[in-house]
Design a protein around this ligand. Structure first.
Ligand SMILES: Nc1ncnc2c1ncn2[C@@H]1O[C@H](COP(=O)(O)OP(=O)(O)OP(=O)(O)O)[C@@H](O)[C@H]1O
Ligand SMILES: [Mg+2]
Length: 558
């Protein structure tokens, strides 16, 4: 069982090897394998051709020699006696008599082993055939034939003719050819190995250089995966595949980065708006709770005191505004009696309830207006004369604060007609005026200015702060400034005055102060009129609130 699982692991390993092997190793291995096959085929072919050629050549030589010996044997006085073994380099001439006795000269180590059977000799007569050596592993190529010739011998000085039958063998030792071929194969193998080694080195370097762009792409992908979206693949010649791939990848990465940033930005914006909404609801609830607490306090006080007394009470003086927010006990302390409520106290209580309700009503109206503006409901637009609105506002302010200097400066030669909702624009100017009167000490002068502004992109106002809203007005515009010589605001507060419920002096009592919605409403209303609002202020240098509204088309033409 373990043997089987080891075997299956081995076969799995082999099967998945190509998938696990790096591309550069595969390329170099494939190159080397192809070259090895090519070298082997070439070597085998050349060795085989060389061997054939050598054997053919040797056979021809042997055949020539054979014919020459045949001729010699046909001469009457041939010196070739039976048993002769005549070595001639790689060749040998043998006259083998019937008894097989040979006179082997000294130094001859190898001879062909030619069968003596008559059938074999008949079958291979005068043909070149291969036979083994009598000793060793060499081969011989031999031509054999039975010959009968006349041979002269001398006995006691007297020549006598002798007719003999023998086997003529002419052979060539193929061992030399084999040695030459062995040497050739040896050289082939050495040269092939050198070629393979050189090719492996060159191949590895070439493949590595060719795959470097892919390595760069891999590094870029790793850096991007690690979070650096700004990484790009190095630019290469677009005529190459890698160059084109790199360009496509870079284009794709740019799109991904843009989409990623857009998503991150929208997430941040969504979080911010959610946070703003949460704060807005919390602030609104808080602001509504104050008058509600006061009203409930008066109602409880009324109930606890058992209703209205018959006749007028002797108490009731000194019920302060601030006590109204502190509940029945404080009211009781303020009104100073424990008996039934007198008619005078009742009047005062109802007056306070009315005031608190009115305050709550204003707050709810403001919230409703802001909600409508957030929904971007269209306004009723009609030509409105900003000058008359400004003049009315100045007149109202002079009535409210007669001991202040409140002046109005108007640029001559322009009709300040804007397309807008008159009631809402009155509200805008009214809020600014009321701020100038509320948030500055008594007798502080207030200056209102009305002028026009040329079209085109406005120069960036260095000290001007604008709330987020529509783009700057680029048409001919009317500019209305409400400037006071009051305490002004530090930059960090000036940056936030247009936020909802923001009040520079958070400690100010809610009874006397506003809710902090006045400037938020101004900003929202001006934005709904395609205008902008900004503030220029510095501590000790007063505050100038500037609204810019596009002039009505008829004014622009004139
Ligand atoms: N002319 C000004 N001089 C100094 N501070 C100002 C001036 N106008 C506004 N501010 C500051 O900006 C804050 C926000 O003004 P905003 O009009 O929005 O609210 P508010 O006046 O406090 O309340 P509301 O207007 O809702 O009754 C004010 O609380 C005040 O601190
Ligand atoms: Mg205000």
């Amino acid at each position: 069982m373990p043997l089987q699982s080891a075997f299956s692991r081995f076969t799995d390993g082999i099967r998945w090897l190509p998938g696990r092997t790096p591309l550069r190793v595969k390329l170099v291995a494939a190159l080397l394998a192809l070259v090895a096959i090519a070298l082997t085929v070439i070597s085998a072919a050349s060795v085989s051709l060389f061997r054939d050629y050598q054997i053919r050549h040797a056979s021809m030589q042997a055949s020539d020699l054979f014919q020459q010996v045949q001729q010699d044997l046909s001469q009457p006085h041939t010196p070739l006696q039976p048993g002769t073994v005549n070595p001639l380099g790689p060749y040998v001439i043998i006259i083998r008599p019937a008894d097989g006795r040979l006179f082997v000269p000294p130094g001859v180590t190898s001879l062909p082993k030619v069968p003596a059977q008559a059938a074999w000799l008949a079958a291979n007569s005068a043909r070149a055939v291969n036979v083994p050596a009598q000793s060793g592993t060499d081969n011989w190529r031999v031509i054999t034939q039975q010959v009968t010739y006349t041979f002269i011998t001398f006995s006691n000085g007297q020549p006598s003719q002798q007719r003999v039958t023998a086997t003529l063998i002419v052979g060539v030792d193929l061992g030399d050819i084999s040695a030459a071929i062995g040497q050739l194969v040896y050289i082939d193998v050495i040269v092939s190995l050198i070629i393979m080694a050189a090719l492996a080195i060159v191949g590895v370097a070439a493949v590595r250089a060719s795959l470097r762009p892919l390595t760069d792409i891999e590094h870029t992908a790793q850096a991007i995966a690690a979070g650096d979206l700004s990484q790009r693949v190095p630019d290469r010649d677009p005529r190459t595949e890698v160059g084109r791939l790199g360009r496509s990848l870079n284009a794709m990465l740019a799109q991904i980065e843009t989409a990623f940033h857009a998503r991150a930005e929208s997430e941040v914006a969504a979080r911010r708006s959610e946070e703003r909404m949460r704060r807005f609801i919390a602030d609104a609830s808080h602001e509504l709770r104050t008058p509600l607490t006061a009203i409930r306090g008066y109602a409880e006080y009324y109930r606890q005191r058992g209703g209205v007394a018959n006749g007028s009470g002797a108490n009731g003086s000194g019920a302060g505004r601030d006590a109204a927010t502190a509940g029945p006990a404080a009211i009781e302390a303020a009104l100073g009696d424990v008996g039934a409520i007198s008619g005078t106290d009742m009047n005062r209580i109802m007056e306070r309830v009315e005031q608190e309700s009115a305050r709550m009503g204003v707050l709810v109206e403001d919230l409703l207006l802001l909600a409508r503006l957030d929904q971007q409901r269209p306004l009723e637009l009609r030509p409105v004369d900003l000058l008359s609105l400004a003049a009315d506002a100045v007149q109202d302010a002079r009535m409210i604060a007669p001991d202040r200097t409140i002046d109005l400066a108007v640029e001559s030669g322009t009709a300040f007609l804007v397309l807008g909702d008159e009631v809402r624009l009155r509200q805008v100017i009214g809020n600014l005026m009321s701020n100038a009167l509320t948030h500055t000490p008594d007798r502080t002068p207030v200056h209102i200015q009305l002028r026009s502004e040329a079209p085109g992109p406005r120069p960036a106002a260095p000290a001007g702060r604008e709330p987020g809203g529509p783009a700057a007005v680029s048409l001919p515009a009317a500019v209305l400034e409400v400037a006071d010589e009051g305490p002004g605001l530090p930059p960090e507060q000036a940056d936030r005055v247009f936020e909802r419920f923001y009040r520079a002096d958070q400690a100010r009592t809610r009874q006397r102060g506003g809710t902090g919605l006045g400037l938020a409403i101004v900003a929202a209303l001006v934005a709904a009129h395609d205008g902008t609002v900004a503030v220029d202020t510095a501590p000790g240098h007063g505050a100038t609130f500037r609204i810019t509204l596009p002039l009505a088309p008829e004014t622009q033409e004139s």
